[in-house]
Design a protein around this ligand. Structure first.
Ligand code: SF4
Length: 146
């Protein structure tokens, strides 16, 4: 898209992001409410989107429009990302972790108390960041099951 810019730099305000994606601001807000995306939040609480965010949203749009996967279906798919492997969670942590034990939403959709994620910012976490592209979840599962 804008090749010379840092792909992870949050630069697009919500209106510009919506225009580039040819969707409404309302849809972008809904994706955030549903926990599919975590835009960068300025102190003013305005949202900014990076090119990586836009690619992630394009992937979500393809899943919805071409593959006919519902928003709940996408959330379930994200919930299968084995964050506990990536974060190296202990057995003890896993026992008390909703994202390990449930499957209705991605790990970043839960409030994490008293575990390894408590202090982390999900937007900057490799679990969230690494799965912005279609196909990456499958590649991860392949690499873990080798
Ligand atoms: S920090 Fe957030 S995105 Fe990373 S594993 Fe924990 S809950 Fe998931």
């Amino acid at each position: 898209m804008f090749q010379n810019l840092n792909q992870d730099e949050p630069i697009f305000p919500i209106r510009a992001a919506a225009q580039l994606l040819k969707i409404s601001v309302h849809t972008l807000r809904m994706y955030e409410r549903e926990g599919l995306i975590i835009p960068f939040k300025k102190e003013s609480s305005h949202r900014l989107y990076s090119q990586t965010d836009l690619k992630r949203i394009e992937c979500i749009r393809r899943a919805i429009n071409e593959m006919k996967i519902s928003i709940n279906g996408i959330k379930t798919m994200y919930s299968l990302i084995p964050c506990w492997e990536i974060m190296g969670c202990s057995e003890e942590n896993r026992k008390n972790c909703k994202s390990y034990n449930e499957h209705s939403k991605p790990c970043w959709g839960y409030a994490h108390e008293k575990n390894v994620c408590e202090e982390k910012k999900c937007r900057d976490c490799e679990v969230y960041k690494k799965h912005s592209q279609c196909g990456e979840i499958k590649e991860l599962i392949k690499s873990i099951s080798r």
